[in-house]
Design a protein around this ligand. Structure first.
Ligand code: GCU
Length: 608
């Protein structure tokens, strides 16, 4: 029999302060999908939200409710009503509006969505409406009642609707607004398309009166024979009985919540009762079925157990030094927002075909499908929040926004073994305000999850021909990651292999981006920019240079596939796409794909 110690909640646990209220592991809950055809109304002047004196309808004037969020029809021919959802066109959810409607391709503003549904809520059950993501600002209403708002285009949120839902003719209305702004996260300037809308799944989730709100279960840091975890119930009930079981390890134990509605536990394998625990790794992505049972609920999940840590220049996965054979990926498949599990499978299958054991999911938290697919396929993950370029680092509201998006990402993905790195930022300009902003985010991350590594894609400087990686943030992160564009934004490809790099930190180094553009199918000499041959040569020369970097432990070249960007408009070559992909936006591989594939598959990487 193994030892189990019900540990008082007072003992600090690696996960505290996670996003309260956010339901996790939704894919395995009692869900009804609201995906599909929704009516929509374009509202560039936000006429449905502000009256003609710019007063907000649903706060300042609760009586004169906004036209748009009531599924209201004129009572008679005399009444003035200037909208009608049911007569309006439809759009598919999930999906960006830009690539679904030609007149919305460049649109940045408000679109109102409406979905009608019937629902029979059983007695003593609770109902939630859950959004995988809405880019960028969302106001949500059900049956004319405002449920709330959310800011941030890449993390989930939910609202309880138990007391509002009706048996018939419910109408869910969403105001989605993708306008960019200086104080937002990301800010106004990004090298990716500002896809607007309800871009991820919308679910109704039916739960018991007292439900399993959140939980985590993982190997104890530094002890591969001990599994620790906690379960948080929705209500702060004491003495709630919860049974945790991992059948394959012959673990089954009843635990009880303390006054805060939380129960923590620790399973140790002192007697070897589990047999041999198969650790999760890219080579063997073993997932165990975990069951969490209460008197009214059975929640299942598939969880991998592994350790990740650094030691000097090494990244140790399950105690063994590894080299991150990676590739960067945007959440885009064939020229539109990737929204489905099949998109995740396609993108990560290309990564596997490259010979990757690792992916950098840039520059924001991707769809949960990507994380669960990476768990299954055995790909380590760098997960990032969109603190990108010139964020308003002096703005407290901007920091709170970034902190909230980070909290939501960690709350959602903390049980995914594939995630090994939380990234705070990408190429942010140096300043005291920026350092303070990032250090606060780093410290916040450590309070949420002390089990994973922390990094950020930094910029470098050149001193007498030597690349210097001495960003102050290097003191606070576990992995020194930086982007370099030798041979694309400067530098001489012919002599690139002679360039040396130096860093004052004795930590693992990862080149989080390098690359160059090529139009797939355009051929010529390797000295001719935009040809596949140029990109091929750029990869050859950069890989020779990178291989010499002290403490190099991985790379994630920029980028798996061409992707849309309003900053890339060269006619006949870019046409609105960033062409640094190893694969075109139509799925055609370029010659450089095979250079990287060969590097990963043949070169004995000294740390594998
Ligand atoms: C930057 C940035 C990417 C961008 C890339 C490029 O490093 O991180 O988001 O797309 O370079 O210029 O193509």
């Amino acid at each position: 029999m193994f030892n189990i110690k019900i540990i008082l909640v007072a003992i600090l646990f690696p996960f505290v302060g996670l996003s309260q209220g956010l339901l996790t592991n939704t894919v395995n809950r009692n869900i009804t999908s609201l995906n599909g055809s929704w009516n929509y109304i374009i509202d560039p002047y936000e006429n449905g939200y502000y009256n003609f004196h710019s007063e907000v309808y649903d706060q300042k004037n609760p009586t004169s409710t906004s036209a748009f969020y009531n599924n209201y029809h004129a009572k008679d021919k005399l009444e003035l009503v200037e909208y009608d959802f049911d007569k309006s066109p439809t759009i598919i959810v999930p999906g960006d509006w830009n690539t679904q409607k030609e007149n919305l391709f460049y649109y940045e503003g408000t679109v109102w969505y409406k979905k009608s549904f019937d629902y029979l809520l059983k007695e003593n059950k609770r109902l939630y409406v859950y959004f995988g993501a809405i880019n960028y600002n969302a106001d949500v209403y059900l049956n004319g009642t405002k449920l709330g708002t959310h800011e941030g285009g890449f993390t989930p949120f939910d609202f309880e609707v138990t007391s509002i839902v009706k048996r018939k003719d419910n109408y869910l209305v969403v105001k989605a607004d993708n306008k960019r702004s200086l104080e937002a996260v990301p800010t106004v300037n990004t090298d990716w398309w500002n896809y607007g809308g309800i871009t991820r799944d919308v679910l109704l989730i039916e739960e018991p009166g007292v439900l399993v709100q959140d939980y985590t279960i993982q190997l104890k840091k530094g002890d591969v024979n001990t599994i620790i975890g906690y379960v948080t119930m929705s209500n702060p009930v004491q003495g709630k009985k919860i049974t945790i079981s991992i059948p394959e390890l012959k673990i089954e134990k009843e635990i009880q919540t303390t006054s805060g509605g939380k129960a923590v536990f620790e399973f140790s394998n002192d007697s070897g009762n589990w047999g041999t625990l198969k650790y999760w790794s890219p080579e063997s992505p073993k997932l165990y079925e975990v069951l969490i049972k209460t008197d009214h609920q059975l929640l299942k999940d598939n969880i991998g157990f592994r350790t990740i840590e650094t030691k000097g220049p090494d990244i140790l996965l399950n105690g063994k030094s590894i080299y991150l054979r990676g590739i960067s990926i945007h959440e885009e498949y064939k020229g539109k927002r990737a929204t489905r599990e099949s998109d995740a499978l396609a993108l990560l299958s290309w990564a596997k075909e490259l010979g990757c054991n690792y992916v950098r999911l840039a520059h924001y938290p991707h769809n949960e499908y990507m994380l669960r697919m990476a768990d299954k396929m055995g790909l380590l993950v760098w997960e990032e929040i969109p603190v990108y370029w010139t964020i308003d680092f002096k703005n407290e509201a901007t920091y709170s926004n970034a902190k909230n998006q980070l909290t939501e990402a960690i709350t959602r993905d903390k049980n995914r073994a594939c995630v090994i790195i939380w990234s705070m930022a990408n190429e942010t300009p140096l300043s005291e305000a920026r350092n303070s902003f990032l250090i606060k985010l780093i410290n916040h991350t450590k309070t949420l999850d002390s089990s994973r590594l922390i990094s950020a894609a930094q910029l470098t400087r050149n001193e007498n021909g030597i690349g210097i990686i001495d960003d102050k943030i290097g003191e606070y992160v576990d992995i020194i990651a930086f982007n370099e564009y030798m041979g694309w934004y400067g530098g001489d490809l012919a002599t690139a292999p002679e360039v040396n790099w130096s860093s004052p930190y004795n930590k693992p180094v990862v080149v989080s981006e390098f690359g160059g553009g090529a139009k797939q199918g355009l051929h010529g000499s390797r000295d001719e920019r935009w040809t596949e041959e140029y990109q091929e040569y750029l990869y050859q020369q950069n890989l020779l240079m990178i291989d010499k970097i002290p403490n190099i432990r991985g790379i994630s070249p920029w980028i798996l596939t061409d992707f849309r960007s309003p900053r890339r408009m060269l006619p006949g070559i870019q046409d609105g796409f960033n062409r640094k992909g190893l694969i075109s936006d139509q799925g055609m591989k370029k010659k450089a794909f095979f250079i990287l594939q060969d590097f990963y598959k043949t070169k004995k990487l000294q740390f594998d």
